[in-house]
Every structure is written in C-alpha cells, then in structure tokens.
Ligand binder design. Sequence first.
Ligand code: 6CS
Ligand code: FE
Length: 298
Amino acid sequence: MDTTRVGDGYPTRIEGEPTLLDRTDPTVWGTEADGPIDAATLAGHDARGYSTVEGLLSPAEVQGYWQELVRLSSDEKLKEDERVIAEKASGEVRSIFEVHELSSLIAELVRDPRVLDRARQILGSDVYIHQSRVNYMPGFKGSGFYWHSDFETWHAEDGMPKPRAVSCSIALTDNYPFNGGLMVMPGSHRTFVQCAGVTPEDNYKSSLKEQEIGVPSQENVTKAAAEHGIDQFTGHAGAALWFDSNIMHGSGNNITPYPRSNIFLCFNSVENALVQPFAAAKPRPTFIAGRDFTPLKR
Ligand code: 6CS
Ligand code: FE
C-alpha cells in the first residue's frame, strides 16, 4: 500500500492492479422522521443506491427550467466561460457547470423543500452544493459518459473524504432508453472500485469531455455488471433520480432526434467538507467542486 495514502479509506489512482474495496460508510444517514422520503423508499435507496421521484416538477415548472437551459446554452458570451463544456465532436454545448450561480431559477430549485429536504434526509445533516450542472445530451450528436463512480473522482481530485454525497438528476426532457438515459448498477455503491493511473495535471480540462483517468477497468465493470445488473433511469420530463455518489453509472450516446437534458444537483454533507485531493496535485476549480460549506437553508 502506498504509504502516502495513510488514513485514506478509499485509495485510488494507484499503480498496479486496481482492486475492489468495501464501502465502509453508510448510504442513508437519516431516518424516515427526518424528511419527506417514506421508510420503504429510503430502504430501497439504501439497498440499490438510487431512488426515483415521478413528477418532482410540474409540466409548467419543467417548461420554465427548459427555457432557462435554452437561455444559458444560447448565450454567446457564456460560451467562452470555462464553466461551459462543449461536445468534443460537434462543439455543441455538452454541460454547463455551476448553474445554481448562473441561474436564479436554479438557485431557488436548490433550496426547494422537495429537493433540499430529501438531500438533508438522505445525508442526515445540513448540506451544501458540491456541484451543479446541466447535461444537454443534444439530439443526433450527444455523447455519453463512460462508466464511473462520481465519488472516485470527487475523492481523488476534489478531496471529498467519504461518499456522504448524493446527486439529484432532474429530467427536463423525456428520458427514454434510446436517447442516452442514465444507466446505474443497483447495489454497486457498496463497493469502491479503485482506478489505476496517476491523475494528470488539470485532468478536468479533458475529463469533462471524455473521462479517461478515473474510470474502472473493463474487468471490474464486467464484474460489477455480473453482480448487480444494469438498471436504466427513464421517465417523463419532471421526474428525478436520486443516486449515491459512489454508484457505478454511465450513459450512451444519443443519436435520436430527442435531447436528454437533465439538471444535476450534487449535495455533500457539511460533515464531509472537502480537504486536499487524495490523488491529485491540486484541487479542481470551485465551479466543479464547491468549497463554500455554508449549510443550505430554505
Ligand atoms: O468529474 C466530475 O465531477 C463529473 N464527471 C462525471 C462523469 N460525473 C460527475 C461529474 O459531472
Ligand atoms: Fe457522473
């Protein structure tokens, strides 16, 4: 074991053969009494590492957020901003980060009790936004996201100590199996899949377009798929997927005419504030990994 990793419960970006480590931390930290999620749904989230909410947003609200996404993605000045990530091939907008700072409407959504109270209940504490983004996954040329654990990157490159973080993906367009719907491996969140390879300087400048370092080996993806299977999040616009920071997930390319545009709000517990990266030379910029740990209040 690399001695510089002393005190690191989730060593990754290692030399040699990556192994599978047990997740030694809970998935659900709160109880039924702590928020709007009922006991059965909470138990399902704990076991599978994800849970869904049909109709979290009303059709009228979806329309409002969709307009916001159109506004942001057509803002020519914003396109020069490093928070806007373009598709490698087409140059179309792939993601926009820190959308809760760029849009007052999304800033409100972050504090909406339907969202904030669920995040606090799952994480069992006050929370803050670790990362917010919109993934556009445009029609015809939307490229996917290879298999990965968010926590593996957030631990290695952002200094997130434990997987006490949860993401909420809210569909703003209908998510079908065929237009790049997010795939998750249910139960995979209980295993930390080490990744091989040293983190390159400023890795985020390429990884947000196409991740190469911090992805599991094909052997370990095969093992995980054999053990857990693959579920796919599909749902009408307005539906939400809550998924654990360490669940193995990914999405395919979108060659259909139907965009799969989702807002992602990633909450971290204030008890799990970022420290120094566990496997990178320096922390990533705050538009990717927030370092304002002030608890979010309604
Ligand atoms: O590196 C990150 O933080 C981003 N990358 C992926 C593929 N998912 C989480 C997050 O958007
Ligand atoms: Fe991800």
